[in-house]
Design a protein around this ligand. Structure first.
Ligand SMILES: C[S@@+](CC[C@H](N)C(=O)[O-])C[C@H]1O[C@@H](n2cnc3c(N)ncnc32)[C@H](O)[C@@H]1O
Length: 195
């Protein structure tokens, strides 16, 4: 619970700058989504304005985040649970969204298998994540950051882009998304299609 509160506090502190930087990507990749959308780890609800035209469901394991979300008002169902075991039926979602979540989950491969299971044919997984740096020096610095990041449940050195590319989606459209001042946490944005 202390870690959950610390994570919520960190997001409140770092959120506004990052949100401003990620807004163009969210307008491009999240705003067009329609239908039944599952958001994994919605946190404090930064993506809700971009998903207003969808039938939104959130899956959030942190009680502190769920409380904060309920306080701001959620537009759909907010479920308690982890993305490694999504409590939804097979082929029940038109889209799954995860922003800055695969750095936090225990088992990214299992999460990706679950995402594929709940997506309908033609469904898409849209994501924004920070990933392991390609440059050796930066990657070494990321390793040094690990103990601090682990306090908020974040793994800074994951090859998440590669893990998504190898997860069995029919098509993955993915690009680097540099965030000014955050070279130590390279970001990627992308869309993986089920068929
Ligand atoms: C860095 S926050 C990002 C929140 C939000 N998506 C955003 O972009 O502002 C990571 C979120 O993932 C959630 N999370 C951690 N482990 C998870 C898991 N196994 N399944 C689903 N969500 C998880 C955390 O509780 C937190 O809300």
């Amino acid at each position: 619970m202390i870690m959950e509160r610390l994570a919520a506090h960190t997001m409140r502190a770092a959120g506004p700058y990052l949100e401003k930087q990620l807004a163009p990507a969210k307008r491009r990749w999240l705003l067009p989504l329609r239908g039944d959308v599952l958001e994994l780890g919605p946190g404090l609800g930064t993506n809700l304005p971009y998903l207003a035209q969808t039938q939104w469901t959130g899956l959030e394991p942190s009680a502190a985040m769920r409380d904060a979300l309920r306080a701001r008002g959620v537009p759909g169902s907010l479920l308690d649970g982890a993305a490694e075991c999504i409590p939804l039926a097979d082929a029940s979602c038109d889209a799954v969204v995860a922003t800055l979540v695969l750095c936090s989950v225990d088992d990214p491969r299992r999460v990706l298998a679950e995402i594929r299971r709940v997506l309908r044919p033609g469904g898409v997984f849209v994501y924004i994540e920070h990933v392991a740096a390609a440059r050796a020096g930066l990657r070494a610095a990321q390793h040094l950051l690990r103990p601090v990041c682990s306090l908020i449940g974040c793994h800074p050195v994951r090859d998440t882009g590669q893990t998504i590319a190898q997860a069995g989606f029919a098509c993955v459209e993915q690009e680097a998304y540099p965030v000014p001042g955050m070279a130590i946490l390279p970001h990627i944005v992308g869309k993986a299609s089920q068929t």
